[in-house]
Design a protein around this ligand. Structure first.
Ligand code: BGC
Length: 253
């Protein structure tokens, strides 16, 4: 069983906070399916905690579904408190994100790392269903997020996108955003992702690697070019993984 069990069988709102959009929907936590189409609002700029909390409150109102919330943040989140801000406003560091969002929305709120949420959704409902041993999920997006599972249990807040690769942070070399910024072809970018996944293999010896993030929609363009010892599969839940994973973590309420 992956993640907390208390949400089993409930319809709960999951919210995924990203660099460009804040997306949310009610989720049937026994199937991972969104029960209504998701709503997306633009992330405010600068994305300060106060500004983001305002947008989340607006989103929650538009979604309309009652009850507690699960929310993702692209940061290390320990017991509801954000600890890092690699790709978000620096004001988040040491902010009690769960407390802030609870007072902004009037709901009970749990906040977790975005890649951890996506990983939990994939393990329960997607590419990692029923897989034991060590599973590493990486999300290739603006940055690189990671979620590590041992026999289905999450080791929270692994930050494997910040491993050292090619003279700097791995995410500055192999994230999906880098492909666009540096105008790399799929082949060239696949080579970078391959080097990154090989680094993960050398350090963790996983049984399975799941590649997620928006770019996993185009998995056929880069995964077949990648050679690894480990089986590498694309994520199955694509854009819904963060929202579904967030909902799983919502407080029992
Ligand atoms: C952050 C992680 C996050 C990842 C994906 C990284 O820069 O440090 O916490 O999961 O980006 O958003």
């Amino acid at each position: 069983m992956v993640g907390p069990e208390s949400t089993e069988g409930r319809v709960v709102v999951g919210i995924d906070i990203g660099g460009s959009g804040i997306k949310g929907a009610p989720v049937d936590t026994s199937t991972g399916h969104l029960t209504r189409e998701r709503i997306r609002l633009l992330t405010p700029h600068p994305a300060t905690p106060q500004a983001v909390a305002g947008t989340v409150a607006e989103l929650v109102e538009q979604i309309g579904h009652p009850g507690p919330l699960g929310v993702t943040l692209p940061a290390v989140v320990q017991h509801g408190v954000a600890r890092t801000a690699a790709n978000i406003d620096g004001g988040w560091v040491d902010t009690d994100a769960a407390g802030l969002l609870a007072s902004a929305t009037g709901r009970q709120v749990a906040v977790i790392n975005d890649a951890d949420a996506a990983g939990v959704a994939e393990m329960r409902f997607g590419a990692g269903r029923g897989v034991d041993g060590v599973v590493v999920m990486v999300t290739l997006g603006t940055g690189i997020g990671s979620a590590v599972f041992v026999d289905g249990r999450l080791v929270p807040n692994t930050e494997l996108g910040h491993l050292h690769l090619h003279g700097g942070d791995a995410e500055d070399y192999a994230a999906a955003s880098v492909r666009e910024e540096e105008d790399l072809g799929w082949k060239e970018w696949a080579r970078r992702v391959e080097r990154y996944l090989q680094l993960l293999e050398r350090l963790l010896w996983p049984d399975l690697i799941i590649v997620g993030g928006g770019v996993s929609k185009h998995a056929e363009r880069f995964l077949p070019r990648i050679e690894t010892r480990t089986t590498v599969v694309p994520a199955e839940m694509h854009n819904d993984a963060g929202i579904a994973g967030a909902a799983i973590f919502a407080p029992a309420g």
